[in-house]
Structures are given as structure tokens and as C-alpha cells.
Design a protein around this ligand. Structure first.
Ligand SMILES: Cc1ncc(COP(=O)(O)O)c(C=O)c1O
Length: 312
């Protein structure tokens, strides 16, 4: 889906016109992938709109920058305020928000130290990421990066070269998404989603040691599962556990909670989203849309008139 331009983008403390948010072709990031970024969603509410888990996302941006020794001139509070500022300036909600920090125009060598760090925050309307009600996926022939190569806890632009290979391979073979294994052959995650399996009433997800991003939706689902008293286990898992699972689903800011219907053309249970997936997805989206109590303080209100407020 083409990006829908908005009026303003936040750049290093100022709101600039969308079309002026440009960089030089010799910027370090263009050649070496030296960016860290975030993806957040702002949801419509019965009255107004709110960003979901804003400080957690901006903290992860700061963490990603720290891993790459990228000095950030803005604090957690400043970055969080900037997100609210750009949403309110554009007056668009619901929306997706894309903060990005990268090494700009400076030197041409690999060492990024002498290339300045630029920070931008854009927002724009963005609907469903994984098409359909449930996903038909495959195991990718591409592995996730091994530990001690590119760090998976950093949400860095360069990591998404691996994601692109996974996603394109899935696409050309007629699947909507691919699941990668880690370097040891254990389940890792989708190209842009964390992975959950339900079997015999127990919820399993892959631990951070299996080369996954520390997903904020993953954390939200783990929190909700514990709230419902559902047993939750983070452990390494073999690929074939997917085939014999009762339920499988992805989580992610873009994908939200996406039920998985089949893996490698093997149907998961009867092919319909299972009861645990549905309960967790309903609670997640209910909180995000302000229809269920925000008992964890996950919502940051923004002052935007939503054309079609969420109906109770
Ligand atoms: C590789 C990868 N894993 C997992 C996720 C899910 O993370 P989150 O729930 O924080 O969006 C994403 C999305 O950002 C991702 O790109």
C-alpha cells in the first residue's frame, strides 16, 4: 500500500513539511544501513485517540541507539512529546507512527562516528499489515541472524535485509509471511512479528535468546495471558511443534494479533482462530481502542478529532 503523505514530519526538534524531509544520497545510512527505528500505532477511542505504549517504544528506540553507539540528543520524554506533537500537527488518527534515527551526511567510511545523527518522526494512516483474517505462512529457508552477528534486540534498519529475504521468499511461494528459524534450527519469529503457539492450554513463545525482537505487543500479550491466569512459557521450540499446535498466532504493532491458519500448507487444528487467540486479541484491541479498562496505563491520549470514533 503506498504511503499516504501527511502535512508535517518532526525533524530534530522542528516540524517540517513532508516533502522537505529529504537526505543526501551520500548519507551513511544509505550505504551501510545505519538506522534504528520504531513503529507505533495510535488508536481511535470512543472519544479522541491514544498512542499505544508510547514510552516503551521510545525506550526501545533509545536502547537500539545505545547498542549501536549512536548518540541521541533527545530524552525519552522529549521523544514521547515529539510523537504526540506530530500526530496533533497532522490531525490524523488512527495512524501508524515511524520514528527513525540514522547516521546522516558526514564521512564515507564504515565507521559511523563522524556522521551526524538525524532524528525524524512521521505519521500516516496505515491499516491491516497481514491481509485476511488468518495467515497462511511457511518456514523460511533463511535463518535469523546468529547471536554475535547483528543484535536482534536492536530494531535496526540493517536487520530488515534478513526480514526482506524472508518476506519475499514467502511472497513468491504464495504465502503471506515466513517464519524464520534461528541459527540452531529452533523457531525464531516472522519477518516483522513475534510468534506464539498454544498447545494443551499452555501458551508458548520464543525467548529473546532465539534471535527475536523484544516485541512490545509480545510483552502486552504475555501480560494479558498472565492476567487471565493462562500458563505462559518462554522456551526454545522445534519447528514441528507448529504443525501439531492447537493455535498459532503472530504479534506485532503492524500485525497486532494475527491468527495463523496454516504452516507449510499444514492446517493448524481446524484452521479457525482458536479460543485463546480470540480472547487475547479481543482484550488487546479492546484496550487499544479504549473499550476495556487501561489497567496497565498503556495509552497516551492525543488531541485529535477522529472522524469515526470507536463505537462502544
Ligand atoms: C522482526 C520483528 N519482530 C517482532 C516485531 C514485533 O514487535 P512490536 O510488537 O514491538 O511491534 C517486529 C515489529 O516491530 C519486528 O520487526
Amino acid at each position: 500500500m503506498p504511503i499516504q503523505p501527511t502535512a508535517k514530519i518532526w525533524h530534530n526538534g522542528n516540524l517540517i513539511p513532508w516533502d522537505k524531509a529529504q537526505i543526501h544520497v551520500m548519507s551513511h545510512v544509505v550505504h551501510y544501513g545505519s538506522s534504528v527505528f520504531e513503529g507505533l500505532r495510535c488508536y481511535g477511542q470512543p472519544s479522541g485517540a491514544a498512542v499505544f505504549r508510547l514510552p516503551e517504544h521510545m525506550q526501545r528506540l533509545l536502547d537500539s541507539a545505545k547498542i549501536y553507539r549512536m548518540p541521541m540528543a533527545y530524552s525519552l520524554d522529549q521523544l514521547s512529546t515529539a510523537v504526540v506533537e506530530v500526530i496533533e500537527a497532522n490531525g490524523i488518527a488512527p495512524c501508524y507512527i515511524r520514528p527513525i534515527a540514522f547516521r546522516g551526511y558526514g564521512e564515507i567510511g564504515v565507521n559511523p562516528k563522524h556522521s551526524p545523527v538525524d532524528v525524524y518522526i512521521a505519521n500516516f494512516p496505515w491499516g491491516k499489515y497481514v491481509p485476511g483474517d488468518a495467515a497462511d505462512v511457511c518456514i523460511s529457508s533463511w535463518n535469523r541472524s546468529a547471536p554475535n552477528t547483528t543484535p536482534s534486540l536492536a530494531k535496526a534498519g540493517g536487520n530488515y535485509l534478513n526480514s526482506q529475504l524472508i518476506r519475499m521468499e514467502a511472497d513468491v511461494n504464495g504465502y503471506v509471511e515466513g517464519i524464520a528459524l534461528d541459527v540452531n534450527g529452533y523457531l525464531s519469529e516472522g519477518s516483522g512479528e513475534n510468534l506464539f503457539i498454544v498447545r494443551n492450554g499452555v501458551i508458548y513463545t520464543t525467548p529473546l535468546a532465539n534471535s527475536v525482537l523484544s516485541g512490545i505487543t509480545r510483552d502486552s500479550i504475555l501480560t494479558l495471558a498472565r492476567h487471565f491466569g493462562m500458563p505462559v512459557v518462554e522456551q526454545a521450540m522445534p519447528r514441528e511443534l507448529l504443525y501439531i499446535a492447537d493455535e498459532v498466532f503472530f504479534t506485532g504493532t503492524a500485525a497486532e494479533v494475527t491468527p495463523i491458519r496454516s504452516v507449510d500448507r499444514i492446517t493448524i487444528a481446524d484452521g479457525n482462530p482458536g479460543p485463546i487467540t480470540r480472547q487475547l486479541a479481543d482484550e488487546f484491541i479492546g484496550i487499544a481502542n479504549g473499550l476495556r479498562p487501561d489497567r496497565y496505563g498503556w495509552l497516551t491520549p492525543v488531541n485529535v478529532n477522529v472522524e469515526q470514533p470507536v463505537s462502544v
